[in-house]
Design a protein around this ligand. Structure first.
Ligand code: GLY
Length: 432
């Protein structure tokens, strides 16, 4: 540490990474924050470093040269290509699991085989890399069926097919037309489960684990959960449908056997484990794992974090999590995503973002007694102006005891303008 400041590198450029940067800035430990590549909001609290998230060598060279004390990885891509392995081998501290552990997200085949091996409930499935074998299989299966590209596909690799004709089309597009490139070399075909969907996150140091507060993610583009799947159009905490009893069951039936299984596979998992679940009657099934914080759930979660996030990260990296107290406040919180019109399909960027003159542009503020935050996602600063630079552009978050936090974020959404601005109108309706 130079100048007694801890140097922190945050990898990624979304709202999640911007929220992590704000939580780091709030720490009692004095920090110098770098974001690679960061975004327009990160620029106001950190130094943006123009290195892409998948340039592991570039990131490692930067971290070594600049004596980075701790690196925090936001997205899955650098984890899936082994950034944690490279940093750890070079003697650097990094928050995020290694390449083998990241297979839980980067290979759906690996993750399903893992679940089966350790008797953790998941939908029945079979994997294929040959089209005619896959076609034969779907011919005799009742529909709907779920067809997934095994590799990473930015949330776009999951299809629900209504009949065998549609299944054939999907299989051809993945295995022959290669719409997902190498990520579609293998497909996983799963039985369709319907029930109540829920995501659940914990942090672990490979020895013990601590659950994060529960959250609810709004995945679809349209109001009332209609239309295309997206990365997430909003989130609330706590998840209004999750009881203590359910949390205990998830811990016992999913999280603990998963962590035990990882240990048996010789994997020391250090970071966040995100389980996408479906609840059907008394049964809890794992739909998928992510090996990182969810976005935008993290924005709604971290604004309620009372513990010092740097201490949390260090306790994970140093395998000291067991006696660590992870504390959140007892508010409710909400995150509303402002997106570029057209997202999650094609959209244009480069439009100027105009903030009302009474509104701050980034970070934490207080308006009429409500704490609110603006976290940037797809934005950049050019010539002193904020411009749109991605599908999900800004996250407006608020926390408080009452449902009025919903009105607060919607009020702020009206005070920010850019061409083709789009947002759902029902985020937080479930808050009570
Ligand atoms: N919001 C879903 C995800 O982060 O994958």
């Amino acid at each position: 540490m130079e100048n007694n400041k801890m140097k922190i590198l945050i990898i990624g450029s979304g709202g999640r990474e911007n929220a992590i940067a704000y939580a780091v800035k709030k720490s009692k430990i004095e920090t110098e924050i770098y974001c690679a590549p960061g975004n327009g909001g990160a620029e106001t609290i950190a130094i943006n470093v123009p290195i892409k998230q998948d340039d592991v060598k570039g990131l490692l060279d930067f971290a070594l040269k600049n004596k980075i004390d701790l690196t925090v990885v936001g997205p899955e891509i650098p984890l899936s290509i082994g950034i944690a392995d490279e940093f750890t081998s070079a003697g650097l501290k990094i928050f995020g699991p290694d390449k083998k552990a990241a297979l839980l997200e980067s290979s759906k085949k690996f993750s399903k085989d893992f679940l089966k091996k350790y008797n953790i409930k998941t939908a029945g499935y079979k994997s294929f890399d040959d089209l005619s074998e896959a076609e034969n299989y779907v011919k005799n299966k009742p529909h709907p069926l779920v067809i997934k590209a095994s590799g990473l596909a930015a949330g776009k690799g999951v299809f629900i097919s209504k009949d065998a004709v549609e299944s054939d089309k999907i299989l051809k597009s993945i295995l022959i037309d290669k719409i997902f490139g190498k990520s579609g070399e293998t497909v996983v075909i799963e039985d369709y489960l319907d029930g109540f969907e829920l995501s659940y996150m914990i942090v672990t140091d490979g020895i013990s684990y601590k659950p994060l507060i529960t959250s609810m993610d709004y995945k679809k583009i349209g109001d009332g959960d209609t239309g295309e799947n997206t990365g997430g159009m909003g989130a609330v905490t706590p998840n209004p449908y999750v009881s203590e009893d359910l949390i205990n069951k998830i811990n016992k039936n999913v999280i603990e056997p998963t962590l035990e299984g990882l240990k048996k596979e010789g994997v020391k998992y250090k970071g966040v484990l995100y389980a996408g679940l479906i609840i059907k009657g008394e049964d809890i099934y794992v739909l998928e794992f992510n090996v990182r914080f969810g976005d935008p759930e993290t924005q709604a979660i971290l604004i309620r974090l009372e513990s010092d996030i740097i201490e949390l990260f260090l306790n994970v990296v140093n395998e000291n999590l067991k006696d660590y107290k992870l504390i959140f406040d007892d508010n409710k919180s909400i995150c509303l995503v402002l997106a570029s019109g057209g997202y999650p399909k094609d959209y244009k960027t480069g439009y100027e973002i105009i903030f009302d003159k009474n509104l701050h542009h980034s970070g934490l503020f207080n308006k009429n007694g409500v704490e609110y935050y603006i976290f940037h996602a797809g934005t950049k600063i050019t010539g002193g102006k904020y411009l749109t630079d991605g599908g999900r552009v800004l996250n407006i978050c608020a926390k408080g005891k009452e449902k009025n936090i919903m009105q607060a974020v919607y009020g702020i959404a009206e005070m920010i303008d850019f061409k083709d601005k789009y947002y759902r109108k029902d985020i937080g309706k479930t808050l009570n």
